[in-house]
Design a binder for this molecule. Structure first.
Ligand code: PBG
Length: 360
């Protein structure tokens, strides 16, 4: 009888399996330690690029102040940030050297034990056991074609080919479920799928349940992810730009408020524990819609690479003052209804809140 037990659409224990996750449910966005912001340490998630090259601490030119970190550098890089109160990271794997970890049609490097994400999870779990580890889950950084799922062979990875549906849906979500499971078994607390394929939340939940991880590992869905020019600096950082075609067959058109709402409902129905709107600043109305429609599901906002670069370069040219602009942009996100803030400015905020300058 129990063999046929079906996982219910909502399995709530996963979403309270770590102190930071519990804070997302019980508090608002909190307050910064120095009292200058209406959001605090628990709300911040720092996106971190991890690579397989052992001693790398490679500056990312499209994201000044951000680095690709190899296994040998992760501890030294994170230690001072943890000291300042860093609570959560979001890992992005970057394949730097295609001769060691080749990019192939199925993205097989994504879940190799020696791949960048699993390696980083092991290091962080061991050295910083209290840190919440979220892992971005996507295929674009691991495949030769650079798309977020597996292309149907007939469509040759080009979602604008005549008659193309783009990606093979069934193969894509199965593969994403497998990778999610590998990250979860390695010790990730949160799986964050950014691929935007229908049905992947359910596929991931089933993969987790299959190994009895449904109460330990939660899913933060990039639900309302728009096809945005603001991802440009990220794609340079992660070597993940599509080889041909673009992502408009699986990411939302900028004006699609109704579709965003349906995408969020779909993911909640499939069991997403947290929902995300991305990018941030141009889409605050979508955050407010999500918070109104699902007041009981914490909403995350991703201040993406283009937003980071925009504020950085504006400040460099004296158009605005960086700290004020960063804090104000994130306060706007909190006001719109988000209590989880994914931002490359996390290290800066940690320094500013401790009364220190942030040194590049
Ligand atoms: C992968 C992914 C992207 C981002 C997060 N995950 C790029 C994309 O969809 O092309 C963008 C993040 C950023 O710009 O900071 N699918």
């Amino acid at each position: 009888m129990w063999d046929s037990f079906q996982l219910p659409g909502q399995n709530l224990n996963a979403s309270i399996s770590h102190p930071v996750l519990r804070a997302w449910h019980t508090a608002g966005a909190g307050q910064s330690p120095d009292g200058t912001c209406q959001f605090g340490l628990d709300s911040l998630i720092f996106p971190l690029f991890v690579t397989e090259v052992p001693g790398a601490r490679e500056p990312i030119s499209s994201l000044p102040g951000q680095f690709r970190l190899g296994p040998g550098e992760i501890e030294a890089y994170l230690a001072p940030l943890v000291e300042l109160g860093l609570r959560s990271v979001l890992l992005f794997g970057v394949i730097t050297d295609a001769s060691t970890l080749p990019k192939d049609d199925t993205g097989s490097a994504a879940d190799l034990a020696a791949g960048p994400v699993r390696t980083a999870i092991r290091i962080i779990r061991e050295r910083f056991p209290s840190l919440l580890i979220a892992c971005d889950l996507c295929l674009c950084g691991y495949t030769g074609h650079g798309h977020c799922g597996l292309p149907s062979p007939a469509d040759a990875a080009d979602c604008h080919a005549p008659g193309a549906s783009g990606l093979d849906h069934r193969l894509s979500i199965q593969r994403l479920g497998d990778i999610a499971l590998a990250f979860a078994l390695e010790g990730a607390h949160v799986i964050a799928p950014s691929d935007m394929q229908d049905g992947r939340i359910a596929a991931i939940k089933h993969a987790l349940a299959h190994r009895n991880l449904q109460n330990r590992v939660s899913v933060m869905s990039y639900s309302a992810k728009f096809a945005s020019c603001f991802y440009g600096p990220f794609r340079a950082a992660a070597n993940s730009a599509p080889g041909s075609g673009d992502r408009s067959c699986y990411q939302l058109p900028a004006g699609a408020r109704g579709l965003a709402s349906r995408a969020i409902s779909r993911d909640v129905a499939e069991g997403a524990d947290f929902i995300m709107v991305k990018p941030g600043m141009p889409y605050l109305d979508i955050v407010r819609d999500a918070a109104n429609e699902y007041p009981n599901v914490p909403v995350a906002i991703y201040q993406v690479s283009g937003e980071y670069a925009m504020l950085y370069h504006a400040a460099q040219h004296g158009a605005l003052q960086l700290r004020a602009a960063v804090q104000e942009s994130l306060e706007g996100a909190v006001r719109a209804g988000s209590r989880i803030l994914i931002t490359y400015y996390t290290p800066h905020l940690l320094h500013w809140w401790a009364g220190r300058e942030y040194e590049y």
